[in-house]
Design a protein around this ligand. Structure first.
Ligand SMILES: Cc1cc2nc3c(=O)[nH]c(=O)nc-3n(C[C@H](O)[C@H](O)[C@H](O)COP(=O)(O)OP(=O)(O)OC[C@H]3O[C@@H](n4cnc5c(N)ncnc54)[C@H](O)[C@@H]3O)c2cc1C
Length: 420
């Protein structure tokens, strides 16, 4: 188990010895033949689940099995926006709990995840759109979640380079959540991996899950590229690969589609934007990274795919949006683009549940909002696995809600994953 505790003293001590004695952040574990819990997928959600299983429930005989490397999936590919500005109570309560965990996360896992509460502003371009934001804001306040409705005069000093008076898309107002913001994505993966490892969890990288083992209908473990692993409980948290992996458990038809979501970063510039801004025209969100690049993204590519790269129409659309609202950014060069595979659920809300097979637990359907959910998702999934029952916070996020007609359709978009 790793012994380093990160502190000013360990930094000074290691500096004095030429930084030659830092230990690896987590052990490179070889899989054991069996565990109490095996978690498939070493993304943010799988790692957080392992950490909270060990910390909150004392279940430490746990393995996280990852086909690639820690941080190689969506957890290391996202635009890092963290917020809890949801309208429906089930989502609002869940994401607010997650936001509260974010607020203490660096101290909790002894790893600086650089959570920066710089605020997220959703801009409205028509008065009906502002009305819907006001409604959402009211719903948030009923749940005790912070938000404020802003007029253009209040937005101007917060986002000085924003074009407010566009003739077609004027900014008529916005909804700000000041406690929302950004975090450093790969630090979240590394921090949870390290914290789980310190509590005895095995992090097994380069180990692809190729199937499941059964006793009748009950799942008794996994088949992997490094041999079979038995488990009393098998938890799947593979985000965009959910349909592919669960097909091997006999779940052929899930209410999930896989789509690519792309993001872009420009060359670094001096401080330009202090908050996170999202636009109500089309779909565009933008923030500035600590290195200075403008990080922006928008809609998913409108076709199903397991490729971690997308097509050109999205970059054209988003660049137009960026130049429309930030004319002074129009001559910036885009340095990099990348993509990740989204597990788009049919109502835009997640699935954190036990079943439908004995021994199986599912964490999926994160659409493009799962990074902010990482602590809350891991916490609730760990509770569900440990107690064989959901916590109140994830009781609504069942798989059978789609058959029962109890969908949690935040945007009223229904079974159109490209609209969520
Ligand atoms: C471009 C982009 C921008 C985004 N922006 C935001 C944002 O601003 N805010 C926000 O909240 N969310 C955002 N998201 C969504 C967020 O990143 C995801 O919802 C979230 O990271 C998914 O959970 P995860 O971290 O566990 O997924 P992942 O990191 O993808 O973890 C799943 C893991 O499962 C592994 N796996 C798959 N198949 C197998 C197998 N057979 N065996 C073993 N392991 C397997 C994968 O290799 C992967 O490491 C964005 C995503 C992308 C791609």
């Amino acid at each position: 188990m790793n012994g380093d505790r990160y502190s000013v003293f360990s930094v000074l001590k290691n500096a004095a010895t030429g930084n030659r004695h830092w230990q690896p952040a987590w052990r490179s574990a070889a899989p054991k033949p069996s565990y109490d819990v095996v978690i498939v997928g070493g993304g943010g959600h799988g790692l957080a689940t392992a950490y909270y299983l060990a910390k909150e429930h004392g279940i430490r005989n746990v393995a996280v099995v990852e086909k690639g490397w820690i941080g190689g999936g969506n957890v290391g590919r996202n635009t890092t926006i963290v917020r809890s500005n949801y309208m429906l109570p089930a989502n609002g309560r869940f994401y607010e709990w997650s936001l509260k965990l974010w607020e203490g996360l660096s101290q909790d896992i002894n790893y600086n995840v650089m959570f920066s509460q710089r605020g997220v502003i959703n801009l409205a371009h028509t008065s009906p759109q502002l009305d819907t934001f006001a409604r959402r804001g009211n719903a948030m306040r009923i749940e005790g979640i912070d938000c404020e409705l802003l007029g253009p005069a209040e937005i101007a000093p917060l986002v000085p380079r924003l074009r407010l008076d566009h003739p077609v898309f004027p900014v008529v107002g916005g909804l700000i959540q000041k406690r929302a913001g950004n975090a450093r994505h790969d630090a979240v993966a590394w921090g949870y991996a390290r914290a789980a490892d310190r509590l005895g969890v095995d992090i097994v990288e380069n180990c692809e899950v190729t199937g499941f083992t059964f006793d009748g209908d009950r799942i008794t473990g996994i088949e992997t590229s490094r041999g079979p692993i038995a488990a009393a409980k098998t938890a799947v948290a593979v985000a965009g690969s959910t349909s592919d992996v669960l097909r091997r458990a006999g779940l052929e038809r899930l209410p999930i589609e896989s789509h690519v979501l792309q993001a872009y970063v420009t060359e670094p510039i001096k401080p330009f934007l202090d908050t996170v801004v999202t636009f109500g025209v089309g779909h565009l969100y933008i923030s500035q990274s600590d290195k200075g690049g403008l990080v922006f993204g928008g809609d998913i590519d409108g076709y199903n795919s397991y490729a971690q790269r997308g097509g050109l129409p999205i970059i054209e659309h988003l660049s137009e949006g960026l130049a429309t609202f930030f004319p002074s950014a129009s001559r910036l060069r885009v340095l990099r683009s990348w993509g990740g595979i989204m597990d788009m659920s049919m109502d835009g809300s997640p699935i954190i549940c036990k079943g439908p097979r004995d021994g199986l637990y599912i964490n999926a359907g994160w659409c493009y909002g799962g990074f902010k959910a990482t602590p809350g998702s891991g916490w609730c999934f760990a509770h569900t696995i440990a107690n064989d029952a959901p916590h109140n916070l994830n009781a609504a996020f069942t798989l059978d809600r789609f058959a029962a007609g109890a969908s949690i359709d935040e945007r009223g978009a229904g079974p159109k994953p490209w609209l969520h």
